[in-house]
Design a protein around this ligand. Structure first.
Ligand code: HEM
Length: 327
């Protein structure tokens, strides 16, 4: 018996199918070609022609050839164009971000009315937070402040999301609060040596005086620390802080000033300068008077245009910490 190839069988089969008006029944199928169909199957099935089958066999080789030819061409075009595309994107993205930020902040911030704290209002050793409460940006009574409320209030200072997240989470951790609990500003004085610390600019140490309210003698010395009478520069901050640290060490038997306190105290000087003055330039004296004595947003304050992030704060903070390490 002669052995037939599959295409021979197909061609033979096509001829048979022609006789039956181009259709065939399964029973007519030669053994080994369509036997996978069930025997009761009597639906009409389109008969594949020889040319169609040949195309089927060629499909994958043709696809391979197509990809082999077009692939390098496409890849080459991409390789040539990509440096231009990527450098244009790298150049344009920061510009677009800055412009969109400026457009968003082009309206001057309308400062809510100021009202001094009253007897029952809760206040903290932090002038930055007291200012927000005095302008009702935080609750004026300084109580029951949620994470969301604090975070939203800190946006007024245009602190970046990284700085806000760190401050808010640090506070909740140190006060041992659940996420949905609120805090009162006066609780900050209970964070001694974790956030609140000795040798403050304008507050006495916990163990020798009142660590919450402004001490007028310290305040006057802080204002006088300005070397040119106009600006409390970062260098003025450094010299005054060193004095405060050395006198606290001498007067306070429980004086504590390790790495945590050093970093915390340095960051306060840089944050307050960044928000109300300038990160590298410090605070104008008149601005310092408004923020520290009245705990009020200074007249004519312009909200920082760009968000204050750690990228901006880290190096100046480290500089102040390094310079005040020895005193
Ligand atoms: C969640 C955010 C904040 C928390 C939990 C916080 C907490 C504190 C605490 C506990 C102190 C007392 C430290 C000490 O014993 O001297 C303090 C001081 C200070 N804070 Fe804040 N603060 C926050 C945000 C701010 C902001 C946004 C600013 C500036 C705009 C600021 C400026 C200051 C300054 C200048 C001091 C030093 C006061 C002094 O030494 O007399 N703080 N802060």
């Amino acid at each position: 018996m002669s052995v037939k190839t599959v295409s021979q069988i197909r061609i033979e089969f096509t001829r048979k199918a022609d006789v039956k008006n181009s259709h065939f029944f399964v029973d007519d199928a030669p053994l080994g070609v369509f036997t996978t169909l069930p025997p009761h199957h009597n639906r009409r099935i389109e008969q594949p022609t020889a040319s169609m089958s040949a195309l089927g066999y060629l499909f994958y080789p043709l696809l391979f050839v197509l990809l082999a030819v077009t692939g390098p061409v496409l890849f080459g075009a991409f390789a040539i164009a990509s440096p231009f595309v990527f450098s244009a994107a790298a150049f344009l993205t920061p510009i677009v971000l800055v412009i969109s930020h400026i457009l968003k902040h082009r309206q001057p911030y309308k400062v809510p009315p100021y009202k001094r704290a009253e007897a029952n209002d809760s206040r903290s050793p932090c002038p930055g937070l007291n200012v927000l409460a005095n302008h009702n940006i935080l609750p004026h009574n300084g109580k029951d402040i949620s994470q969301e409320r604090l975070n939203t209030a800190l946006k007024v200072y245009n602190l970046g999301p990284d700085v806000r997240a760190l401050l808010v989470n640090l506070l909740w951790k140190k006060l041992n609060l659940q996420k949905n609990q609120g805090f009162a500003l006066s609780q900050l004085s209970e964070t001694h040596n974790s956030i609140e610390h000795d040798a403050s600019l304008t507050r006495e140490d916990l163990d020798i005086g009142n660590n919450v309210v402004l001490n007028h003698d310290l305040y006057k010395r802080f204002i006088k620390s300005s070397s040119n009478g106009k600006q409390i520069t970062i260098e003025d901050f450094i010299q005054y802080k060193k004095q405060r640290q050395s006198e606290s060490r001498d007067q306070n038997p429980k004086f504590t000033f390790g790495a945590n306190q050093l970093v915390g105290a340095s960051s306060e000087a840089i944050i307050v300068s960044s928000v109300f003055g300038s990160t590298l330039g410090g605070l104008p004296v008149e601005v310092a008077k408004s923020v520290f004595r009245e705990e009020r947003i200074p007249e004519g304050w312009i909200r920082p245009l760009l968000p204050i992030t750690f990228a901006q704060l880290a190096a100046p903070m480290a500089w102040v910490a390094a310079r005040t390490y020895f005193y």
